[in-house]
Write a protein that binds this ligand. Structure first.
Ligand code: HEC
Length: 447
């Protein structure tokens, strides 16, 4: 599947992303200088660029972004933005938007960090207060295209291989909440030999795909649903609201064996009723690397599948730990749980007794599935231990908000109303020592 042209297309996708990164620094400066003169603030001159770099990646027409999982309304033109001006002011002032859930102590550590600086917030607020004027379209700075506009919707560029279900699946009108798996075997034509992939990108086939995950099983390997079975070494990744595609740093890749079965684990969630049915044929794109990787990456979970959360519990902690036998690079973290989860934390304990907070999400919300990908990979010396914790609230108050029964004791399970405690991690054993590589950018909004 990989041809030189496919490869160079991918590079141009990455370059487009980098081009966006280059202009990233100026919207703040524009905001800072113009906020002195509120009356002259306009959409085109002052606000468009802030929305472009921080909001439009999600607030676009359905299907155009983030693998097809998108926000309720598009905010790409003045006409689209104007009716939302007051709501936008509220959302940026309260910091509800753009959505970002890690505490500020990891500021600058992760790709795609979604935060506005104070000058940007003040510009938006002052613009709304002064009447949310359009201004002159000629004042709009030239904004780079989104990376995927150049490559048929794929943020990472033209894929080397796209896997999908054998047939489209109809999610019927009466379905509200459905977890279902599809398995496809990669053909000889699709994958003539073992390959290493550096990037993956998901694209869901409909608005009501809540999330999707994929794993690869080598020929003859059995499928099993446990933390080890499902995610050790054969996990590929997932997409859900707020999750972006992954491109591993240069020199890092994950193995895809010839004849592998790709298992798609789909979660559909919608209102039931006449006319709500839709057809899904979600896709998974692979980006191969020709050079054998120096560091073999795995997708794994620091997870717990044997907990029980009592009924009526205010704050119940479930923990899990993993010790690394050899020097390891930590590439990314992604806390995953369901309706009752209210907080998540990853802590690192070094063999010499020091400890470090890797990620703190004090208000976890399962609607948002954010992957925290290191810009500079974290080196874990042999003997390091990661402890992941998630906290769960099984109360009538949260039950009423989220639609679950707080009188039930809850155990691990696949349905939304069951729970999960999976502290996903993407890591690679260090093959040889050198400076920690920079992780490759993979999304359309960078800092
Ligand atoms: C990662 C995706 C994402 C980004 C980035 C994002 N939004 Fe949103 N936004 C959403 C989703 C999804 C919703 C609907 C769910 C919700 O309200 O939590 C939403 C809801 C909103 C709402 C409606 C809130 C209400 O009153 O109902 C506003 C206004 C909004 N966003 C503005 C913004 C602005 C302004 C930015 C940039 C500064 C932004 N968003 C960035 C995904 C995003």
């Amino acid at each position: 599947m990989t041809t030189p042209s496919a490869h160079s297309n991918r590079c141009s996708g990455v370059l487009a992303v980098m081009a966006i990164a280059l202009v990233w620094s100026w919207p703040a400066a524009v905001g800072a200088s113009s906020s002195n003169d509120e009356a002259s603030l306009t959409y085109f001159k002052d606000v468009k660029s802030i929305l472009r770099m921080n909001c439009e990646t999600c607030h676009r027409p359905v299907g155009q972004n983030q693998g097809g999982i998108s926000a309720p309304m598009s905010l790409q033109t003045y006409e689209e933005v104007r009716p939302w001006a007051k709501a936008i002011a509220r959302a940026v002032e309260s910091k509800a938007m753009p959505p970002w859930f890690a505490t500020s102590h990891t500021k600058g550590h992760f790709y795609g960090e979604r935060v506005l600086d104070q000058a940007q917030i003040e510009t938006v607020l002052a613009w709304v207060q002064s009447g949310a004027k359009a201004g002159n379209p000629d004042d709009a700075p030239e904004l780079p295209p989104f990376a995927e506009e150049a490559s048929d919707g794929w943020t990472l560029g033209k894929p080397d291989l796209v896997a999908t279900f054998d047939e489209p699946y109809f999610v019927a009108d009466d379905i509200e909440d459905l977890n279902i798996s599809f398995e496809v075997t990669l053909t000889e034509e699709q994958l003539p030999k073992d390959r290493w992939f550096q990037g993956v990108e998901f694209r869901v086939g409909g608005r009501d795909v809540h999330h999707m995950c994929a794993s690869a099983y080598a020929p003859g390997e059995k499928r099993s649903f446990s933390v080890k079975g499902a995610f050790a070494s054969n996990g590929i990744g997932c997409i859900a609201l707020g999750a972006e595609p992954t491109m591993l740093p240069e020199g890092f890749a994950q193995l895809l064996q010839k004849g592998s079965r790709i298992s798609f684990s789909m979660h559909y969630n919608k209102e039931a009723g006449p006319g709500t049915g839709f057809t899904d044929q979600s896709k998974l794109a692979f980006y191969f690397t020709d050079a054998p990787p120096k560091h073999k990456a795995v997708y794994d979970a620091v997870g717990n599948t044997s907990f029980e959360i009592p009924p009526q519990e205010e704050r119940w902690r479930v923990g899990a730990a993993k010790t690394f036998e050899q020097d390891t690079y930590l590439i990314a973290m992604w806390p995953h749980a369901h309706l009752r989860a209210v907080a998540a934390k990853y802590e690192l304990f070094y063999p010499d007794g020091r400890s470090e907070l890797l990620l703190d999400v004090p208000e976890y919300d399962q609607e948002w599935q954010t992957t925290y990908r290191y810009k500079e990979l974290k080196l874990l010396p042999a003997g390091s231990r990661i402890e992941a914790s998630m906290w769960f609230e099984n109360t009538p108050k949260r039950g009423a908000e989220r639609g679950f029964d707080p009188d039930r004791a809850i155990v691990f399970g696949p349905d939304t109303r069951d729970e999960m405690m999976l502290g996903f991690i993407n890591w690679a054993p260090v093959a040889s020592h050198e400076a920690a590589p920079e992780a490759a950018p993979s999304d359309t909004r960078l800092d």
